[in-house]
Design a protein around this ligand. Structure first.
Ligand SMILES: Cc1ncc(COP(=O)(O)O)c(C=O)c1O
Length: 386
């Protein structure tokens, strides 16, 4: 299929001249405008006394960045609280549940989740949770019927990756939410590998929680995680992982008991990481300007053509064939992943690998078709199919 005429904004990403960047599942390239944004942070710090900087901009910045992320997630303004990282976002949600005092103590997860998920849920076992991990028969997909079958009236929460970091398998969010809500359970999806590359619909799904961060597909800097909470849940839940910023009147510095903010800010903890917020803004702006519909269409077109090419070559494709079941990455089986990553890097093709699935390759809107084709050609010269 011919490349559509879209503005890939290449000049705005200074590192793209150094090679073929296919690593958006791991670390997006820095936007040139991040330099100005971070300089603005420094100048605010230098020019104001620190208290002025909070009043002038810093205090509001979490909400502003949160609202921009909410748009990308398909959520309403005021539905996203910035977090230090996705792991803390998940731990914040986990800390809202009291597993010990209820028969509804099951958490349904999947075998393709990011390890933090597993570690955090296993840790809840000592607090009364039971964890059911829905398996993956071939380490690529999770059959929807198995997920739905695991959700019953003992389930308090379904918490899994929307798109797997391992295989790029994407679950059916709407079907999971429908089933979970029918039996009174809540749903959290980790959209770290979805947001910024495919279109999301938090409102339309009626989902309870989404977690993720900005460093990958959203072209931001590190330590800017986020938590989406469905607006009507924001007045009831009481995260035990908390702090003064989550208080209804934080500057009262009131003694306990805690009085949670009547907004998504009740899911905050302490002082936000202000440099991380400045570093995230330029990428969010570019993603919004290019448009998620355009980005998603491009992702689908290029991942499809990569898979077609790989199959013609006889490669092992460790990602779903159907674009509706896939995120923005294609995983290709190779005999020795780390060695192949090094050999590709010598040829200026930047990808990474994970145990069990091989190479992870991720075209984003800023990659040209020529780059994607060249990367595939170089790989075909180096690969020993398995
Ligand atoms: C799907 C997914 N979830 C969570 C994480 C970890 O996020 P954080 O380091 O912000 O906790 C990653 C990071 O690679 C990821 O790919």
């Amino acid at each position: 299929m011919a490349a559509p005429n879209i503005d890939r904004r290449r000049a705005e990403f200074p590192t793209l001249v150094s090679g073929i960047h296919l690593l958006s599942h791991s670390l997006g390239p820095v936007p040139r405008s991040a330099r100005d944004s971070l300089l603005a942070y420094y100048q605010a710090w230098e020019q104001h006394t620190s208290e002025d900087a909070w009043a002038a901009r810093w205090w509001e910045l979490s909400r502003q960045v949160g609202d921009r992320i909410a748009r990308i997630l398909g959520g309403a303004p005021g539905s996203v609280q910035i977090q230090p990282n996705a792991s803390i976002a998940l731990a914040s949600v986990a800390s809202c549940f009291d597993f010990a005092s209820t028969k509804r103590n099951k958490v349904v997860t999947s075998a393709l989740d990011f390890p933090s998920m597993e570690y955090i849920w296993q840790a809840q076992r000592t607090l009364g949770a039971t964890v059911e991990i829905v398996g993956s028969p071939e380490s690529i997909t999770i059959p929807l019927e198995n997920i739905l079958a695991a959700i019953d009236d003992t389930t308090s929460l379904v918490a899994m990756s929307h798109t797997s970091f391992r295989s790029s398998y994407r679950v059916d969010a709407k079907a999971i939410v429908e089933r979970a809500h029918r039996v009174g359970a809540r749903v959290l999806l980790d959209v770290y590998q979805s947001a910024g590359t495919i279109e999301l619909d938090a409102n339309g799904w009626g989902i309870d929680f989404l977690i993720g961060g900005t460093i990958k597909w959203l072209c931001g800097g590190p330590a800017c995680g986020y938590l989406y909470v469905r607006p009507d849940l924001q007045r009831d839940l009481q995260p035990r992982l908390t702090g003064w910023v989550a208080h209804d009147a934080p500057f009262d510095f009131a003694p306990s008991p805690m009085r949670y903010a009547r907004s998504v800010r009740r899911f905050a903890q302490g002082t936000p990481s202000i440099p991380a917020l400045y570093s995230a803004l330029p990428g969010l702006q570019i993603i919004e300007e290019v448009g998620l519909d355009t980005i998603a269409r491009e992702s689908r077109r290029r991942t499809e053509s990569m898979i077609e090419f790989g199959l013609e070559q006889g490669w092992t494709i460790n990602s779903p064939r159907d674009a509706n079941d896939r995120g923005g990455s294609v995983m290709i089986g190779v005999a020795d992943g780390p060695a192949m990553v090094d050999r590709l890097a010598e040829r200026k093709v930047f990808v990474d690998c994970r145990p069990g699935v091989g190479l992870r390759i991720s075209p984003h809107f800023f990659n040209t078709d020529e780059e994607v084709e060249e990367a595939m050609m170089i790989l075909s010269q180096l690969i020993d199919p398995i």
